[in-house]
Design a protein around this ligand. Structure first.
Ligand code: PGA
Length: 249
């Protein structure tokens, strides 16, 4: 069975006092054997969050990394530096970075390669725009993004794929169960034909307006092994029921 993953992406939200939410989550959540829980706070909180979550079983990850290990890249953070904080994961290729920082699939592939080389798990995000969905190009777009942004060296043990339709992020709109299943089945097939038996083991997350009241329904979709949650991960009281829904799915 593929291990499940509930991942929270705090985006550019949170200062030291926000860690009360992480501590509240630690207090509420009962971890179980087949579901991992991850919080990705802003980079400024990585080290403190790692300490706050220590021994709770909740893991900490970053939201982006640079493809180089070090050098003249003002303002950037390398995967090695992220690993140095005790974080175990890094999100790469989130649509907000593809969009506002012009990141290409090649950039994301390089970042994912750097992440796994530093011992981090890379969470590679892909997703279609609303226009691509409406013109019937969803699977083609996702197939291209997956092929180009996931490195050949990726393994199910160090790489997670997150399907996040851009039109569902922060909008309250969610694809139907049939649409999510269609995409996740397609991604599973692509991974299996590219990586052989290991392709069946990659974790596939759904992301985009996952909330306490729709999580259980989304987790019914075949080949959905967890969620990447934005807004609803900011408060322990919202994220906890999503984690519970995943644990019991
Ligand atoms: P959302 O964000 O849950 O707020 O829609 C998801 C994401 O961007 O990862």
């Amino acid at each position: 069975m593929v291990r499940k993953l509930a991942a929270g992406n705090w985006k550019m939200n949170g200062t030291l006092d926000t860690l009360t939410q992480l501590k509240a989550l630690v207090a509420i959540i009962e971890m179980n054997e087949d579901t991992d829980v991850l919080i990705c706070p802003p980079a400024t909180l990585l080290m403190t969050a790692t300490k706050a979550a220590a021994s709770s079983g909740i893991q900490i990850g970053a939201q982006d990394c640079h493809a180089e290990t070090s050098g003249a890249h003002t303002g950037n953070i390398s995967a090695t530096m992220i690993a140095d904080t005790g974080a175990l994961h890094v999100i790469v290729g989130h649509s907000e970075r593809r969009d506002s920082h012009g990141e290409t699939d090649a950039d994301i592939r390089a970042k994912a390669t750097a992440a796994t080389a530093s011992g981090l798990t890379a969470i590679i995000c892909i997703g279609e725009s609303e226009a691509e969905r409406l013109s019937g190009d969803t699977l083609e777009v996702l197939g291209q993004q997956l092929a180009a942004s996931c490195p050949d060296t990726a393994r199910s043990t160090d790489t997670v794929i997150a399907y996040e339709p851009i039109w569902a992020i922060g909008t309250g709109k969610v694809p139907s169960l049939a649409q999510i299943t269609e995409v996740h089945d397609f991604l599973r097939d692509q991974l299996s034909s590219r990586f052989g038996p290991d392709g069946a083991e990659f974790r596939l997350l759904y992301g985009g307006s996952v909330k306490p009241d729709n999580a259980a329904e989304i987790f019914k979709a075949r080949n959905v092994n967890g969620a990447l949650v934005g807004g609803a991960s900011l408060k322990a009281a919202d994220f906890a029921p999503i984690i519970t829904a995943l644990q019991s799915s």
